[in-house]
Each structure stands twice: as structure tokens, then as C-alpha cells.
Design a protein around this ligand. Structure first.
Ligand SMILES: *Cc1c(COP(=O)(O)O)cnc(C)c1O
Length: 493
């Protein structure tokens, strides 16, 4: 399978090259040159497989190197009961796909556990002997998942940039206590968009990249701008469907909806790719928090990032520039790379772009978008706990709220799978406050209270944070990101 840039589709790259580069030189994102189609026969096979086998089966369609060992090494022993994506039925037509049973308790683990192996294999394939510097902007969960997955990996260093004061306490501690001589977390005085922009800028800055090259480094990214992040996420959409088929919850070819808490548009885009590959998806429900730039985009066709970023109780979705929307637009405009260049020049210059009304109408065939404000998010957590004894994390709660809105508006009878992106105890104070109306700002005490009232035990990944030593203390101005990178590399000599 070849890959092309959203801003230049003539130049075709191998999976290895796309993985190693992360971002195309023209600033565009790599996308599959075409989508492999999965038939009923494939689906029958998937039904018989374990999750690991499903991952190998699907990723093999995109990769020129074998991926079975990479999946095994990345996943084995990392998820509760070796089950990365258990599907739970909560009610008629309501399913929860729990993607938070990995080492860092967020869905990012499903992709990031595979990235070290994928990058190592891609470099071997390309004969690339440089050391990799993996730059990562994070709104909270990617950072820890990357540090955990890459800790002590050969030939790779990882730097993570997160918004100072913009992540939950548990998320921050997870990152700042991470061990491994090759990983580093840096707090940036700014928001996620600042971090993401700086990382993209660094990767696109020729002289900076040259400078790193002189030191023996090539730069790549662990963000979902990297195609290696995106493809493993396609697997759980197929996996959920296969589980529903096997359980008789859906008939062959019967449609299902997926509701996805959305920030950088990576997770939901993987669902859209699954649909393009033949998965019977009816609607993709795009849930946002008060940073509802995507909700507005789907309603009006205008993407306008010129607004104040709000801090919410779902910090991993506190994003105004959703990078992966570029990949969706590329498909919507019939892979017109010139049009994509125009749109993203406009975004860079004015912070806004608008697609045609026809284009907007086309999005409505695949996407329903809704946003939950803070009050709705909290009341959803509370109501859901009352009704099902189930603790939602604040991100997942926005998707539950969006699903309710969708069902109310459309009377669609297709079952909906809500993609649960994080463990509730990563955001214990917010969840506890939502359920009990009691303020408990201490993350550990709030988790203990939640454990008392629910059937959910505190995961060792959370309780263990209390006694861990803080190893990463750096706080920088956003203009200093490149200097900090150089310093980090120097410190390793
Ligand atoms: C990253 C993240 C999201 C947003 O996912 P995108 O792929 O960026 O849209 C939602 N919820 C949680 C818990 C996350 O960590």
C-alpha cells in the first residue's frame, strides 16, 4: 500500500516512509492511496479471531513489512486479560467500547503500544540508521501513552509537550513520574494548540531538522498526524462490529452507529476509514465539549479557530485546531490536493476556512455532531451512574450526551457503540463532583470516594502515582520549544 500527502497526491510513499516522516514536507498529512475493502468473508474471519489477530489482519493490508510480531510484542501483557477493546452491552441498542484497560488508562494505548515496533521495523525497512526523536504534543493522554510505550526503546528518544495547568492531576503525575532515560515531559505555558503548532513547526523547519540531522537524529511524531497512530485505531471499530455479530446483536451487513468523544479528530477519523473499508457504519456521532469548533463546522461548513480555548473537565478535548479534519476534507473534496492547500493556507493565515454547501451536506451523510457543555457533561455522568451503576469519564460522557441527542432527533433504531476513551479515575475529582455534588479537589481522595460508592476499583496505575518520584519538572515558554529540544539532546551526550 502506498501513501500520499493531503497536499500533494502525486508523490507516493511507502508505509515505512510515511511512518518515519510523520508529516509530509508540504505540511500535509499522509493518507492511504486507496482503501482496502473488507468483504463479508473478511468479516466472518474477523469474528473467529482474537483482538491481536484482528489487528494483524487489518494492519497487514496497509504495511509492506510483517506486523504480527509487532502486535504481539506491543500488546501482550499490556491490557487487562489481554483484551484491549472489550465491548459491553448496557441497554437495548447501547454498547460501550472500553478502550481504557491499557497501561496508561486511555485509548491512546491501543495505537501507541504498536508505534515503537512499527517505527523500528520501518527504519530497518528503509535502511535508516539514525536515532529517532519522537516529538509529541499532548492534551494529556498521548504524552503518557507515548512515554510508557517508548520507555527504554532502542534508538529512539521521546519528548512530550503538554499545556501547563491544562491537564488533570492524574494525567500530569503520570507524565512527570515516568521513568526511562530516553523520555522527557515538558510543561509549556500555553494550550494544546500551541504545543501542536510548535511540534509541527519544528518538524517543518528545514534548518532545524538539518541541525538535528547533524547530531544524528531524524524527527518524527507520535501524534495522530502520524499515520502509524491512526491505522491501529481502525481495528477496534471492526473488532466491536465483529463482537456484535458474534453475539447476535447485529445481523450481517446491519448498520451500527459509533459515538466518539473528539478532539484532534483522530479517533473518529479511524471510524470513517473503517466505513470506507466496508464496515457497515450508519452514523459517526462526533461529540465535543465547550470547545465546539467541530460542532460548528459540521453545522455551517465554516471552521473557525478564532475563539478562546476553554478549560473543561474533559481536557483531552480542549483543542481548537483538529489536525485530522484535513484527512476528512481530502476525501470529501474528491482528493483535490490543490483545494486542501487553499483551505489550510487560509487556516494558517486567518484561522478560518469554509467548505462549499455541497461539501457540508456531504458530511451530514456520515457525521452527526453535537457538543455537551460542562453542566450537561456532569449531569450525564450522574444520570448514567444512577441508571446503570456505570462511571463515565468526562470525555466519554460527552459522547453519551451526543448519542442521546442523536437518538432523540432521528429515532434511528440502529444500535450505537459509544467509544469510551479514558478510565474515570484519571479524572476523579470531576467525576466525583458530578456524581455526588461534593467538591474534592484531591485526585487520590476523590478516587477513594468513588471506589467506596461504585464497583470500580482504583487501578494500580493511579494508586501507584502517589509514591512515585517526580522526574520531569521543566516549565517553559512556548517560544522556547526548539531550544528545549536542542538542550535535551545535548544533555544526552
Ligand atoms: C485524545 C483523547 C480524546 C480525543 O481523541 P482525538 O483522536 O484527538 O479526537 C478524547 N478522549 C480522551 C480521553 C483522549 O485522551
Amino acid at each position: 500500500m502506498k501513501f500520499v500527502s493531503t497536499r500533494n497526491k502525486t508523490e507516493k510513499k511507502s508505509f515505512s516512509d510515511a511512518l518515519i516522516k510523520g508529516l509530509s514536507d508540504d505540511g500535509g498529512l499522509f493518507v492511504p492511496d486507496e482503501f482496502p475493502i473488507f468483504t463479508h468473508v473478511d468479516m466472518d474471519k474477523l469474528c473467529e479471531m482474537s483482538y491481536f489477530e484482528r489487528a494483524e489482519y487489518i494492519l497487514s493490508r496497509f504495511s509492506e513489512f510483517p506486523v504480527g510480531k509487532i502486535v504481539e510484542k506491543g500488546y501482550e501483557g499490556s491490557f487487562e486479560e489481554d483484551e484491549p477493546a472489550p465491548l459491553l452491552k448496557l441497554d437495548d441498542g447501547l454498547f460501550i467500547l472500553e478502550l481504557f484497560h491499557g497501561p496508561t488508562l486511555a485509548f491512546k494505548d491501543l495505537a501507541l503500544r504498536l508505534l515503537p515496533g512499527l517505527i523500528a521495523a520501518a527504519k530497518a525497512q528503509a535502511g535508516d540508521k539514525t536515532r529517532s526523536l519522537v516529538l509529541t504534543a499532548t492534551s494529556g493522554d498521548t504524552g503518557k501513552a507515548a512515554m510508557d510505550a517508548f520507555a527504554d526503546a532502542d534508538g529512539i528518544d521521546v519528548m512530550v509537550f503538554y499545556p501547563y495547568g491544562g491537564v488533570s492531576k492524574a494525567q500530569e503525575l503520570q507524565m512527570t513520574t515516568q521513568e526511562g532515560a530516553n523520555v522527557s515531559a515538558v510543561a509549556v505555558r500555553g494550550n494544546f494548540d500551541d504545543c501542536q503548532r510548535a511540534v509541527k513547526d519544528a518538524m517543518n523547519d528545514r534548518s532545524f531538522v538539518e541541525e538535528l540531522k547533524k547530531q544524528g537524529y531524524s524527527v518524527c511524531s507520535a501524534n495522530s498526524i502520524n499515520i502509524g497512530r491512526l491505522l491501529p485505531q481502525i481495528v477496534y471499530y471492526f473488532s466491536a462490529y465483529a463482537d456484535m455479530l458474534s453475539a447476535g446483536e447485529v445481523k450481517k451487513g446491519g448498520k451500527v452507529n459509533f459515538a466518539v468523544p473528539t478532539g484532534n479528530f483522530g479517533n473518529i477519523l479511524a471510524g470513517y476509514y473503517a466505513k470506507k473499508m466496508g464496515l457497515p457504519v450508519n452514523m459517526l456521532i462526533c461529540a465535543s465539549n465547550e470547545n465546539n469548533v467541530l460542532t460548528d463546522f459540521f453545522a455551517t461548513g465554516e471552521y473557525n479557530a478564532n475563539r478562546e480555548l476553554k478549560k473543561t473537565i474533559s481536557p483531552s478535548m480542549d483543542i481548537l485546531v483538529s489536525s485530522n479534519l484535513e484527512r476528512l476534507l481530502f476525501e470529501l473534496c474528491g482528493r483535490d490536493d490543490g483545494r486542501i492547500r487553499e483551505l489550510f493556507d487560509a487556516l494558517k493565515g486567518k484561522g478560518v476556512y469554509k467548505i462549499s454547501e455541497d461539501g457540508r451536506k456531504k458530511t451530514a451523510e456520515d457525521f452527526f455532531a453535537w457538543c455537551a457543555d460542562e453542566e450537561v457533561t456532569k449531569s450525564t455522568i450522574q444520570a448514567f451512574f444512577d441508571e446503570y451503576d456505570y462511571l463515565l469519564d468526562p470525555h466519554t460522557a460527552t459522547a453519551i450526551a451526543a448519542r442521546e441527542k442523536y437518538c432523540g432527533m432521528t429515532h434511528d433504531k440502529a444500535p450505537t457503540v459509544v467509544v469510551a476513551t479514558a478510565h474515570p479515575y484519571k479524572f476523579a475529582p470531576a467525576v466525583y463532583e458530578a456524581v455526588m455534588d461534593i467538591d474534592e479537589p484531591d485526585a487520590f481522595r476523590a478516587a477513594a470516594e468513588l471506589e467506596d460508592i461504585s464497583a470500580v476499583e482504583i487501578p494500580a496505575q493511579i494508586s501507584g502515582l502517589k509514591s512515585k518520584k517526580k522526574l520531569h519538572n521543566t516549565v517553559i515558554e512556548k517560544a522556547k520549544i526548539k531550544d528545549t529540544i536542542i538542550e535535551f539532546l545535548r544533555s544526552k551526550k
